[in-house]
Design a protein around this ligand. Sequence first.
Ligand SMILES: [Zn+2]
Length: 251
Amino acid sequence: METDFTKSYYNEPMGLTHDISTIKQQYRELFELAHQRLLDLFAQLHANHHCTQCETPATSILEILHTDCGYQAWQKEVIITLDQTIGKQILESLEKIEQAKNVKGSCHQCGVCCSLASSEFSYETLQEKAQNGDYFAQQFTSVFLPYDSPEAAQAKFPEMVTEILDQADGPVYFYHCPYLSSDNKCTIYNDPRRPQICADYPETPLILMYKNCGYQPWKTEMMPTTLLAHATLELCQYYSQKILDALKAAQ
Ligand SMILES: [Zn+2]
């Protein structure tokens, strides 16, 4: 499989990771693990099926089978198992990660997540996305304002901005929230203007996080589980679609 599954996680606003290359490597390893587990599952379910017409059993779950082949039931069972059993496991895993957030981590009110957000998208693009109904962009642009220049962001956060720029493979735009007080308090904390994305921060261990952020212990501990869950989800979507295609081609 040649698709670069890692790509999609780094394109969200504020989605740049602390150390992209390490995480990409970790993701690839866990992707292989998730893949092997699914292949084992396919093999296990294979034993439940047979075909009176096939001289040799179907070997690949993606095979285009002959009409009324007994192994189509295998393909269907795999789709259902991916959707229900594995899907449920992924959800449970993501719920555990979320539940651990305020156990393993806490906000130390450093204010960095409010003062330095980054995105591959310019303010104009984000506004456009917001107008087109993009939930994140709507929330983000409802409070965040762009820095006048990357240099202005760099002057305030030299280390982080340099790191982000070094690791980005395209343009990066920096933003800050004007509702942060000088003592790092949110001045719209109990106000309906405060977006849900702020309440949810950090939404996933995959996002960019200041190295002294109080959620770092959570991020570090939950990273492998998160990557494994995302890899499994990507693989389930891939296989479900490909098996459906094979089933359709057989009919
Ligand atoms: Zn057959």
